[in-house]
Design a protein around this ligand. Structure first.
Ligand code: ADP
Ligand code: MG
Length: 667
């Protein structure tokens, strides 16, 4: 049985709207162990014939039997599988992978064959072509002849039965050409069928059979009884017809393949550092801002939670304006006064404490230091209600409030700003030019992006109103304080809160002479209300964050997709070669998906590091609490790998669908 049998093979190319008939009925039969040269003038169809023989192109018409099996109509992947197991290619242009060592180039077809080939075999093959000391050389560090010898070693890695060589010496000087031809003769002597295309008689002279074609038809077919560089047959191993060769299933993804793909991705990325960096910038910025914003949001939430938990849950707050004004809209404003506090405290036996507060901002001076801060006037009940007992010094007393004493309790930030490390208790400071004695320091409560809870001074309510003229809403400016900004009521049990709230509402409506059809001109809230309002804010924040993340993911993904399309176009010839040596579609798809995943993970990693850095700096230099959680890091990594795979899919699929021979011819 001949190893190759062609029956009336015709082939035409589509050119424009017509078609060009290039092979016009070729009948050919080649036996195992032959060394055939196909000769003919340029354009006669030699390469086309060789591509059909090498399963790189399907004939338009006719039958092709390879190793006795009809292969005229194989699918792409079946062709790849059969090529990988039975065929070795040597091309005129060498087609080695750039930036890849000689030994890795030789090993390339092995990763697609599905059988484990040890690296020692690649080294042996290189030694066999005289390149034992060039294993680690890259193609650009080798001469043309050496590159072609690497290509021959590569064609042998899967122990092929046939080697196809298209003008293998076309790009070489004559002495180098001779080496290559001797090598082919030697391989033929070992039992491998060699089919070589050339247009030079000198070169065809090495073959044992010379077929001349012209205009797509065989003109002559003669034995060469005296081949040049003849090597007497050594241990001719007749190629076995192994049933395994016809397996139509492309090999599964192997560890070796993943390793090769990863290295090749890293080489491609590091060969274009600036370009790669610019293309992952979108993902980088997106991931970085998501990490930083999640950290700030988490920090803010924590400090709000800490503040609320310090308040105790049985608290009711009252503001002298309607709830629509509370939310920033227009609404009616009323007044809350000290007598109101007094009366409300008697409304129910469930009320255990009340507090009235005025607040404003003031200029505070100590010696040559000054700062602008919030000044709150409170009753003595403030400290226990808010778990705000000074950790150093003391709070003011009822007597001090009644006597309008000028005593102040400072928050930690004010202490830092005015006193640094010095002890403030007993010192005198000026608040809006009024002298006060510092009597204590409030426990630190922390700060978030939008509020520093420690930037505050607490003084007695009466002092604030009468000495500093602080006044709440509803009071007229300049007449000394009479009205409060806020009132707080503490109940004994959570169950009594609702009852107390409705009593307060009734009281205030009566007090303000509100007819039934008018809305409240005040707002009463308990801690549950406030907590759920804050949770709502956090949710809004989360949605905003999600939108930012989605936009940056989209932009980042398009960046990746764009650069992968460029990469696929640039490496079209490489894709052609990989397919020619046996890579199925799946393998090309995986290769480019791995590359885009690497690329976007690179962006993700830099983004995560930068995001952590920014959160750290905000905590340490701006004093905001920003908390980076492991979940947000995992999320960022997961997202960026996913972006790479999703947005890399289209370019990778495009690459996998290329026809090997068109890709190899790509300019
Ligand atoms: P040879 O290798 O003998 O020089 P080829 O087999 O490469 O010739 O080409 C044979 C003819 O087919 C040429 O006339 C060439 O122009 C044409 N041809 C080759 N490849 C294509 C193609 N992909 N599309 C259209 N025409 C082609
Ligand atoms: Mg040609």
């Amino acid at each position: 049985m001949p190893i190759i049998k062609l029956e009336n093979i015709r082939h035409s190319y589509k050119v424009g709207s017509g078609s060009l008939l290039v092979l016009k009925g070729i009948d050919l039969s080649i036996e195992q162990g032959e060394f055939v040269a196909i000769m003919g003038p340029s354009g006669s169809g030699k390469s086309t014939l060789l591509q059909i023989l090498g399963l790189l192109e399907r004939p338009s018409q006719g039958k092709y039997f390879l190793l006795g099996k009809d292969v005229s109509d194989l699918s792409d992947d079946e062709g790849a599988s059969l090529r990988s197991k039975t065929i070795g290619f040597v091309f005129q242009m060498f087609n080695l992978l750039s930036r890849t060592s000689a030994v890795d180039n030789v090993l390339l077809p092995a990763i697609y064959s599905g059988n484990a080939v040890p690296i020692s075999k690649a080294k042996e093959l290189l030694a066999d072509v005289g390149l034992q000391d060039r294993e680690e050389h890259k193609p650009n560090q080798l001469s043309g002849g050496q590159q072609q010898r690497v290509a021959i070693a590569r064609s042998l890695i899967n122990s092929p039965k046939i080697i196809f060589a298209d003008e293998p010496t076309g790009n070489l000087a004559s002495d180098q050409a001779e080496e290559i031809l001797r090598k082919l003769s030697e391989l033929n002597a070992r039992g491998i069928t060699v089919i070589m295309v050339t247009h030079e008689p000198d070169i065809a002279a090495y073959a044992k059979r010379i077929i001349k074609i012209k205009d797509g038809a065989i003109q002559s077919d003669e034995k060469n009884l005296n081949p040049k560089g003849f090597v007497s047959e050594k241990s001719a191993v007749p190629p076995s017809l192994n049933g395994n060769d016809y397996s139509h299933l492309p090999p599964k993804l192997s560890l070796l393949e993943i390793k090769e793909n990863s290295l090749s991705a890293l080489r491609a990325i590091s060969a274009n550092k600036t370009r790669s960096f610019l293309s992952v910038l979108g993902i980088l910025i997106g991931v970085c801002s998501v990490i930083a914003m999640l950290a700030i949001g988490r920090g803010a939430q924590k400090s709000i939670e800490a503040r609320i938990s310090g308040l105790g849950s049985n608290l009711i707050m009252i503001w002298p304006f309607s709830s629509s004004a509370f939310h920033g809209g227009t609404g009616s404003v009323s007044r809350l006064s000290i007598p109101d506090v007094e009366e409300i405290s008697h409304l129910s036996s469930h009320i255990i404490a009340v507090n009235g507060e005025v607040s404003g901002s003031a200029q505070v001076v100590y010696k040559d230091k000054n700062t602008n801060t919030e000044v709150d006037g409170d009753m003595t009940s403030f400290a226990p209600m808010h778990s705000d007992e000074p950790y150093y010094g003391r709070f003011f007393t009822q007597e001090e409030n009644d006597e309008v004493a000028r005593v102040a309790v400072l928050g930690q930030t004010v202490v830092n700003n005015l006193f640094g490390k010095a002890d403030p208790v007993g010192k005198r400071i000026k608040i809006n030019r009024v002298s006060f004695e510092v009597i204590g320091i409030l426990p630190p409560k922390g700060s978030s992006a939008w509020h520093d809870q420690d930037d505050v001074i607490v003084i007695p309510l009466k002092t604030a109103m009468m000495r500093l003229g602080l006044n709440g809403w509803g009071g007229s400016i300049g007449h000394g304080g009479r009205y409060l900004n806020r009132m707080e009521v503490e109940c004994d049990t959570p169950q009594s809160i609702d009852g107390v709230m409705s009593k307060i509402k009734t009281f205030l409506r009566t007090r303000h002479h509100l007819p039934a059809y008018k809305d409240d001109d005040f707002t009463v809230r308990n801690m549950q209300d406030i907590q759920s309002a804050l949770t709502g804010t956090t949710k809004t924040f989360g949605i905003l964050l999600g939108i930012v993340a989605a936009i940056s993911i989209l932009v980042g993904g398009i960046g990746i997709m764009n650069i992968m399309l460029v990469s696929v176009t640039e490496r079209t010839r490489e894709i052609g070669l990989r397919k020619a040596v046996g890579a199925p579609r799946r393998a090309i798809l995986t290769q480019f998906l791995i590359e885009s995943a690497f690329l976007s993970l690179l962006g993700g990693t830099i983004g995560v590091l930068l995001g952590i850095g920014i959160s750290f700096m905000m905590t340490h230099y701006a004093g905001w609490s920003a908390i980076v959680t492991p979940q947000s890091i995992l999320l960022a990594f997961g997202c960026s790998a996913m972006i790479g795979i999703v947005f890399g899919f289209w370019p990778a699929r495009k690459a996998s669908l290329l026809s090997p021979i068109e890709a190899l011819r790509y300019e």
